[in-house]
Design a protein around this ligand. Structure first.
Ligand code: HEC
Length: 127
């Protein structure tokens, strides 16, 4: 193959590689696990009237943006999962400073076990 054709051939290969690589390098869209996805639906149905997931947006209850991170240190001796589950099962066990005890305390009876697990799994994604 003459040298200039060889160069052209290499250029084509490079271009192809560049384009192919470009689409592969796009970051994957973060997706929720099927359980957290179910939890998100439970959340909008049962909790969304009082809680926003946008930062600093107070409805009746505090914004739950970043709650998974706060939950790690909210109550001494409780890990994030325990704190979040307790927040739903027994909302008056710990009251967020500046808020009244307005969260319904019958949610643990209104939701199925699966819905509870799912909503807590969803809360754990709000880092
Ligand atoms: C009628 C309004 C209302 C509803 C409905 C409600 N909450 Fe709340 N929630 C509150 C209020 C008010 C507080 C703050 C007082 C307290 O700590 O209980 C709160 C606190 C919380 C906290 C603690 C937040 C923190 O920063 O520590 C979590 C977690 C939470 N709610 C989750 C939920 C989930 C999940 C649901 C639905 C299953 C729900 N809430 C439904 C009003 C509500």
């Amino acid at each position: 193959m003459p040298a200039h054709l060889k160069q052209l051939f290499m250029l084509c290969l490079l271009l192809l590689a560049a384009c192919g690589g470009g689409t592969e390098a796009a970051p994957p869209t973060p997706t929720l696990s099927p359980q957290a996805q179910t939890g998100k639906q439970v959340f909008s149905r049962v909790c969304g009237a009082c809680h926003s997931t946008s930062p600093d947006t107070i409805i009746v209850g505090p914004s739950l943006a970043g709650v998974a991170t706060r939950a790690e240190t909210r109550v001494e001796g409780q890990d994030a999962y325990t704190y979040l589950l307790t927040s739903v099962m027994q909302p008056d066990a710990y009251l967020v400073q500046g808020y009244e005890n307005l969260m319904p305390n019958n949610l643990s009876k209104e939701l199925t076990g699966e819905e509870l697990d799912a909503v807590v799994a969803y809360l754990q994604t709000l880092k």
